[in-house]
Design a binder for this molecule. Sequence first.
Ligand SMILES: Cc1ncc(COP(=O)(O)O)c(C=O)c1O
Length: 425
Amino acid sequence: MSKLRIPDVRKQFPLLKEYIYFDNSATSLTPKVVIDSMNDYYLGYCANVERGAYRLAQRATQEYDLAREKIAKYLVNCQPQELIFTRNFTEGANMVAFALQNPLLDRIDEGFGYASPLIDNGKNANIVATAIEHHSNLMPWIRLSKALGVEFRTVSPTEEGLLTPEAFNSKVDKNTIFVAFQHVSNSIGTLHPAKQIIDTIKQINSKALIFVDGAQTVGHMPVDFNYLGCDFYAFSGHKGPLGPKGTGGLVVRKGLLERFHPFHLGGGTILDVTLEDYKLKNDHRQFDGGTPYIPGLIGLGTAAEFLEEKIGINRIREHELSLSERLLRGLQAIDNIEIYGPKGLEQRSGIVSFNIKGWLSHDVSLTLDEKWNILTRAGHHCCIPTMRFLNILDDYGGNVRISLHLYNTEEEIDTALTALRKLAG
Ligand SMILES: Cc1ncc(COP(=O)(O)O)c(C=O)c1O
C-alpha cells in the first residue's frame, strides 16, 4: 500500500490551519479518519458488544474484536489475547498495582478462593522504580509497596536524564519482586535502552516482574512487546497512536494474565455466577467489565491501522528525530536558553524541553500562544521529582516542552525558533 506524504497527512487535522501544535506528549490531535470510524459506529451499527444475538450486535462485536487485533499488531506487536483495553496509561498502571495487591479470587478446582499471589512479598522484598517517572508510574508503586509492607527503591538517571542498565544493577537484587520504569521520558525526552535494562533485571532476578511505561513511545516509534521481554507494557491511545481521548492499552504477558485479578467485576467478565461465587472468563475478556468505550476503541483500531499502513511508524520516528535535531541546533545557538536531556540524538525522542533564563516556564508558554499561536506545555509535566532532580522547580516552575508528531513541519520549528530568539534576546 502506498504511503502518504507528511504534508498530505496534515489535511486530516483542521486545527493545524490555525495553530502550531507542539503539545503531543499531553495528547495528540485526532485525524478525521478516526473520527469518521467512530461516526460510522454510532450511525451505522450502534449496538453493545459480546452480548447480542441480532446481526447489528454481531457486527459491533466483530469490529470491536478487529480493533483489538489491529492495536495489538500495529502498535505493540503482541497477541490480541495479551491486550487489555484501558481508558489511558494511568488506568493500566493502577490495574497492575491492584492485581499485585489482590491475588486472583475465583472458582478454582472445586472451591472458591485465592490463587497464589503474582508476587511474593516475603521478608526483605523490594519494589524498584526510578527517580524520573511520571506521577502515574510512581504513585501506584509507592502505594503498593506501602500496602505490601515492602521496601521501595528508586534508580537515579545520569546527569543527562538517561536510565542505564548499570544503574538498575545496583538497586535490583534477588529480593526484588517488581520493577517499573519509563521507555521515554515525557519531561526531558530521553529514550532509554529498555531492552538492555530488561535483560539486566532478568539476569539478576528472573522472577522480578517488569512493567514498562510506553506512554511516550507507542505510535511514535515501533514497539515490540515480544522482543522487549517485559511482563507489562502500558500506553495511552490518545497520545502517540492518535486515537480518541479515553482510550489506552495494557499488555500483559500470557501466563500472567490468567492469574491477574480485574478490578472491575460485573457484566462481561464471567463464565458463571452463583449466589456464593463466580467463575471469571480465563482470558482478556474478563477485563471488559461493563459496557466498554466501543466507538473509542474502534477508533483506536483505525488509528493504529492508519499509522502503520498509511504512514509507517518507523517513518514517524525518523521524521520526529529530524525535526528534533533542527530544533536542538536552533536552540543551542540562542544565548540564555538551557536545554535538558541527552546530547546524543539516538537517545532522544521527539520531545525537547528547555527554559529561557529569567523567564518562568509558564510565561514563555503563554507568550508563545498569545503572540504566535504556538501551543507548548510548561510546568512540571506531572514529574515533580524530575524537576527537583534537575533543580528547576523553584526558578522556572519546571520547563517548557515542545513535543512533536508526524504532522509537525520544519517551517513550524523555524517559526518557534524565531519567536524564542525574540523572547530570549
Ligand atoms: C511518560 C508518561 N507516563 C504516563 C502518563 C499518563 O498518561 P495518561 O494521562 O494517558 O494516563 C503520561 C502522560 O503524559 C506520560 O507522559
